[in-house]
Ligand binder design. Structure first.
Ligand code: BGC
Length: 849
């Protein structure tokens, strides 16, 4: 760990900003381009729209990153040599926005009071709706760019209204006028989640910039002038909110029924033959490609497609080859197609060709059969499709099974759950020539009897007795004693402390550290393991938020106890300045004084904002993931962080989820592969691990601590768990965070089925499990029928650490140890099992094993 004493920009910052600038174009999706991009010269440009100057680098909440300087689009274009002719418009817009924020803040104050929630909590995820206004768009030049921005964040879902998911009348009017008036017109979407751009989708050019982090403006300028090219593809289907299968089943404060089952995203749109505005997997470039299947090979384990991709256009580019499969209808209903694997080419110059082999496990085409609690490849023909978009795939051949094959046997986790599922009777999509392709397909026959079936042993709990002996942590580090013995030697109270995070105040659920400047080992970290075992020499684990980089305080001082005290706010909702929150004002004053008093002893931590989750996924690129993981890992090493609270890989079930920008896709294969690639790259750094989150079905923010996702087991396993499974099996992330929501009536953090049976016994997860922040706090305001999670319930289920923890948690755990009537009675074995896993992780991340 290095303490940086000077405010001057460090070499690592420069390198990381350059890296983000280089990868950002791969995350951008070119949605339409009628000869507008790239521009052949710089010069005068008319720049408009909410994101032109107020560009959004990433969303709000824990996914936000505190950085030194952010290049917005206005600055990026000027850096590239453009002369912006609309300064007056941009200045006038700033005034309008400022006024809108003031009005919005007044409304929020009233609503917060009515809700009874503390103002700061109430503000979470609230973003000012885009206002309407009359400003004449009359800038000089023959080229105009309109940047449409939207923001969102944890704590609040989005709304299908003008100014959020929909465009305002002003936006529609101005975009249409500009498209007519200027010879060249580009609509740039500076959004993390979906916007319904149907009213303006026919303009000359549309680029999904997304929220690409620290170098947004420079990277956009690079793409506009052709120094770089966009090569991203959509990872979520975009269309009107009312057309999604979740449209009437989202945002209930108690029970949200996932009535679409496995038909999420393109699985639904393909199955029902609906045409979305932008399909899954879609994206253009500055050139064109042909994708030709060369070979299909398959055996009882693996399917491999070899393709030749050729650049058939006039500019350089990269293409994403997408391989889907269509499973045969049997007893189980099947989607039209499902993504099996994908690969991105290297940079191809015009005329250049690259041959690539894309492989996937034969068993990954299995469906989950609830009745027999097993994964089954039903007999029949599995068509393998290859293309560059879900709506442009062609049959590469087929694999045929003579009879059903069971590929994995498990235990059911949802007995008794009945979801009234929607039936889809419409005709699925098709295309001209599909029937002929199917009839003429090259077929590889596989004998079902030769396919292996995975089985699992489900471990039972043991009750470890106390070991009446003092075991030195030093001896554990030297390998003389085991972590199991060490855990068994700890007293009940020590064990309880180990299973909750570091907390200072006595209030329920702690409180220090989140918005304040409480002392911690790393300023602005989201949490740490307990300090109550410091006297026996046990090191701690420090956790910092993600996923868009490391969220830390940019400036801090050191106390006499060696603890770091934030001197800048680690957490901001972006609206505090409009709210006059007395506690916040006092805190800022105290921080100012703290810096003055510290004299020379002031330190700086400028981390790098990488692209938001969805943007990274849109690259469909392992290299981009590695670059992002490397930036995070390097900064973790530098600032002394052990666990990054990222990646976030919940499924983008509905466009209304306020945290979609943090997540990757509506598809689990992408979510799993992207999080695995990032994890692998972070964990190459000594002492660093990822914390994949939020396990699982955390698909809405409305009443997020008490909302119950009601889902059938097939959808749980095939859609919502799949990404986590891929990531765990491929890369063993060091930690996993459970979610706030309940699943089928049980908090995920106290679900033995999810944590023990599936995560550890079926997938072999070796890391630690932590709760999401304050999930057990009874102080939290609940509007609905479910109560908060229980700390004892967490321990019983194997949710090793309750974060950040508080006296209430400790008391709950200790009382559950002695009270058989407690809703989650504990024995010491439950506690020592969690404690042992924490000890193992401390050894691992401190370089002992
Ligand atoms: C979020 C998590 C985050 C944690 C710590 C919670 O509110 O849901 O994603 O990691 O806070 O900041």
């Amino acid at each position: 760990m290095r303490r940086i004493h000077t405010k001057a920009m460090q070499q690592f910052e420069k390198e990381h900003i350059n890296a983000v600038r280089t990868i950002s174009p791969e995350c951008m999706v070119l949605l339409k381009n009628e000869g507008v991009l790239p521009l052949d010269r710089t010069g005068k440009i008319a720049l408009y729209g909410s994101g032109a100057r107020n560009t959004i680098k990433g969303g709000t909440g824990s996914g936000d990153v505190n950085i030194r300087h952010f290049v917005n689009i206005e600055e990026g274009l000027e850096n590239a040599g453009f002369e912006i002719t609309t300064k007056a418009w941009l200045n006038a817009y700033d005034e309008i926005l400022d006024k809108a924020k003031r009005i919005f803040a007044e409304e929020l104050k009233v609503k917060a009071k009515e809700s009874g929630m503390p103002l700061f909590m109430f503000l979470m995820g609230k973003t000012v709706p885009e206002p309407d206004y009359e400003l004449l768009p009359e800038g000089e030049g023959d080229t105009a760019i309109y940047v449409l921005a939207r923001n969102s964040g944890e704590g609040t879902d989005r709304a299908d209204v003008p100014g959020d998911i929909r465009l305002t009348e002003t936006e529609i009017r101005d975009i249409c006028i500009l498209n007519e008036r200027y010879e060249k017109f580009l609509l740039v979407l500076n959004v993390g989640g979906m916007v319904d751009i149907s009213p303006v989708k026919d303009v000359k050019a549309v680029l999904l910039l997304s929220q690409p982090g620290i170098a947004a403006g420079d990277a956009l300028a690079d793409v506009i002038i052709g120094k770089a090219y966009p090569s991203g593809k959509m990872t979520m289907t975009w269309t009107a909110v009312s057309d999604y299968p979740s449209a009437n089943d989202f945002g209930d404060i108690n029970d949200t029924f996932y009535r679409e089952g496995i038909y999420v995203g393109y699985r639904y749109f393909d199955r029902t033959g609906k045409t979305p505005v932008y399909p899954f997997g879609y994206g253009l470039g500055y050139t064109t490609f042909s994708v030709e299947t060369k070979r299909l090979e398959a055996d009882t384990k693996t399917v491999t497609v070899t393709v030749a991709v050729k650049n058939t256009g006039k500019a350089a580019g990269k293409e994403v080859v997408q391989v889907y499969y269509s499973a045969p209808e049997g007893r189980l209903d099947k989607p039209y197609q499902e993504l099996a694997a994908y690969a991105k080419t290297g940079e191809l110059e015009p005329g250049m060709e690259q041959e690539m082999s894309v492989s996937f496990d034969l068993a990954s085409m299995s469906s989950f059969d609830e009745e027999s609690a097993s994964y089954v490849l039903e007999k029949g023909r599995y068509y393998i499709r290859v293309g560059n978009c879900s709506r442009n795939t062609h049959i590469a051949g087929a694999v045929e099974l003579d009879r059903d094959a069971v590929t994995e046997k498990v235990r059911n986790i949802c007995e008794g759950i009945v979801v009234d599922e929607k039936q889809f009777l419409n005709t699925p999509i098709s295309y001209e020539g599909e029937a002929d392709e199917m009839a003429g397909a090259y077929v590889i026959e596989i004998e079902a009897g030769e396919i292996a079936c995975a089985e699992h042993t489900y471990s039972e709990d043991t009750c470890a007795l106390p070991l009446d002996e003092i075991i030195l942590w030093e001896d554990v580090k030297k390998g003389k004693r085991t972590t199991e013995e060490f855990a068994a030697s700890l007293g009940d109270e020590q064990l309880a402390y180990l299973c909750i995070g570091a907390y200072k105040d006595a209030g329920a659920g702690g409180g220090a550290g989140v918005i304040g400047n409480a002392g911690m080992l790393v300023a602005g970290a989201a949490g740490e393991t307990t300090h109550r075992l410091d006297d026996i020499g046990m090191e701690g684990l420090i956790m910092a938020d993600g996923p868009a980089g490391l969220r830390l305080s940019t400036c801090y001082t050191l106390g006499e106890d060696g603890m770091a005290k934030s001197a800048t706010m680690p957490f901001s909702t972006g609206l505090e300045d409009y709210m006059e929150i007395p506690e916040m004002e006092r805190l800022k004053e105290a921080m100012k004084k703290q810096v003055e008093d510290a004299g020379e002893q002031v330190y700086y931590q400028y981390s790098t904002a990488i692209p938001v989750g969805t943007a990274i996924a849109q690259s469909w690129s392992e290299e981009v993931c590695s670059a992002c993981g490397d930036i995070a890992g390097r900064e973790m090493e530098l600032f002394g962080v052990n666990l990054w609270l990222a990646p976030g890989l919940n499924i983008q079930r509905s466009p209304l989820c306020g945290r979609n920008f943090e997540y990757y896709s509506e598809d689990p294969v992408i979510s799993g592969n992207i999080s695995a690639a990032i994890t692998a790259s972070v964990q190459k750094h000594a002492g660093c691990g990822t914390t994949i989150k939020h396990y699982m079905c955390n698909n809405q923010e409305t009443n997020r601590f008490f909302s119950n996702s009601v889902v059938n087991e097939r959808a749980i396993r095939e859609i919502y768990l799949k990404g986590f499974e891929i990531c765990v099996r491929k890369t063993q992330p060091h930690a996993l965070m459970t979610s706030y929501n309940l699943l089928n009536g049980e908090h995920t953090c106290s679900s033995k089925a999810l944590l023990k049976q599936i995560l550890r016994d079926e997938w072999g997860f070796e890391g630690i499990v932590m709760s999401d922040w304050r999930v057990t706090s009874s102080m939290r305001k609940n509007n609905g029928k479910y109560s908060c999670a229980s700390a004892a319930g967490c321990v019983k289920a194997g949710n090793d650490i309750i974060m950040p923890g508080g006296d209430e948690d400790r008391n709950d755990i200790l009382s559950a140890l002695n009270d058989g009537a407690h809703p989650y009675p504990l024995n010491r074995g439950d506690l020592t099992a969690c404690a042992k896993r924490i000890c193992d992780m401390v050894l691992k991340l401190h370089g002992v094993i």
